[in-house]
Design a protein around this ligand. Structure first.
Ligand SMILES: [Zn+2]
Length: 192
């Protein structure tokens, strides 16, 4: 048995000095007040460790949440960009259709507006919006109001055209009766 110097025989827990290692060991295993100090010490160490673990876990969880949040934002952004592109494509196709048909089909030979294809495109757009839960209410309102506006405008144009046609017909009939000799001259003028 090596007899160590005084310092080696101090109790780390209660700071009491002992004459030998043996006495120190015996003390640490039996002295109730020191065992209590030891128990408190180990309890404190355990709590510190558990706290550390929990903090570590919390940090890990926050990191994970942040990552998920970023992932979600990214997905959301990509989804919006995709939708935006699809909408732009849709609108380009619509306006192409409108331009394409405006020249020949906007008015029929009597001058009546003929916007069936435009209305068809708008209905198609409306159906597409029905699938788009997030924006359907706001955009549907716009499309419906534009649709109603178009229908009313067309109806007004058509009735104006009807009035003009019946006026022209009345004037022409009047002209034919009055100036049968100048018929050719009148026709040339009407065309211009
Ligand atoms: Zn002690």
């Amino acid at each position: 048995m090596n007899e160590a110097n005084e310092n080696d025989n101090n109790c780390d827990f209660c700071k009491k000095k002992f004459a030998s290692k043996y006495n120190l060991n015996l003390h640490q295993k039996t002295a109730k007040f020191c065992l209590k100090i030891q128990a408190d010490y180990f309890k404190e160490q355990k709590e510190k460790f558990v706290k550390h673990l929990n903090e570590e876990k919390e940090r890990e969880r926050e990191k994970e949440e942040e990552k998920e949040e970023k992932e979600k934002e990214k997905e959301e952004r990509e989804k919006e960009e995709k939708e935006e592109k699809e909408r732009e494509k849709e609108e380009r196709e619509e306006s192409y259709d409108e331009d394409d048909e405006e020249d020949e089909d906007d008015k029929d030979e009597d001058g009546f507006s003929n916007n069936v294809s435009i209305l068809k495109n708008q209905v198609k757009y409306l159906l597409m919006l029905l699938n788009d839960e997030r924006k359907k209410t706001r955009q549907m309102e716009q499309v419906i109001s534009s649709l109603v506006n178009d229908i009313v405008t067309n109806a007004l144009n058509d009735s104006n055209q009807l009035i003009r046609m019946s006026q022209n017909r009345a004037e022409n009939n009047q002209g034919e009766e009055d100036d049968e000799d100048d018929e050719e001259y009148d026709e040339d003028e009407d065309e211009n």
